[in-house]
Ligand binder design. Structure first.
Ligand code: 5GP
Length: 204
């Protein structure tokens, strides 16, 4: 059986650049997959169903909750978001490393179910840069921007619960740092117990 893949959780406030960094990671590492969440939020311009998210109605989302289909789910900025459980479980079992790009409420739920997952908190280099990035994106109304900035403060207060903090000063550097983390995590002794035991068995 293939060795189980690594579950990698990436969170960070709006403007941290999670989407761009995840895209760069997928381009650099072919054994890396990104889980696509279900959301009740409406698609933004250019977003496609089944690519960025599975866009669902509130009742479809609640049906999935009742069926136990989510590995985790949360309400973020007034909309529901959830990680489909079956895709993640299947791909990990096949040996792929799977990224969840989710908010801290969801990450805390995953910490309980997958304590050995890798938890990475991505932050912009400064508060001013965070504001600049959200403004530049231009997809948010003034009111939504305010919501995101307030949420950013409470999200930053959760950062110490993660295993790693990665500053996204440049997408290239941030994605390289995350790849180093993934590579180092794979060398952790507890992830290699079967290999060590096999060598011991051969020797003894
Ligand atoms: P956006 O609406 O900007 O795409 O995402 C808003 C927030 O929801 C981001 O912080 C993103 O990480 C988070 N998010 C996206 N998918 C999920 C999910 O499946 N679960 C949770 N808990 N958060 C998610």
């Amino acid at each position: 059986m293939a060795r189980s893949g690594l579950l990698i959780v990436i969170s960070g406030p709006s403007g941290a650049g999670k989407g761009t960094v995840c895209k760069a990671l997928l381009e650099k590492k072919s054994d890396l997959l990104l889980s696509i969440s279900k959301t009740t939020r409406k698609p933004r311009a250019g977003e496609k169903d089944g690519v960025n998210y599975f866009f669902v109605t509130d009742s479809e989302f609640m049906e999935a909750v009742r069926e136990g289909d989510f590995l985790e789910y949360a309400c973020v900025y007034g909309h529901k978001y959830g990680t489909p459980r079956s895709y993640v479980e299947e791909k990990l079992a096949e040996g792929y490393d799977v990224i969840l790009e989710i908010d801290p409420q969801g990450a805390l739920q995953v910490m309980k179910v997958y304590p050995n997952a890798v938890f990475i908190f991505l932050i912009p280099p400064s508060w001013a840069e965070l504001c600049r990035r959200i403004e530049k994106r231009g997809t948010e109304s003034k009111e939504n921007m305010k919501k995101r900035l307030t949420a950013a403060v409470s999200e930053l207060k959760q950062a110490h619960k993660y295993g790693y903090i990665v500053v996204n000063d440049s997408v290239e550097e941030a994605s390289k740092r995350i790849i180093s983390i993934i590579e180092a995590e794979k060398l952790r002794a507890f992830r290699n117990a079967d290999f060590i035991n096999a060598v011991i068995k051969e020797g003894g």
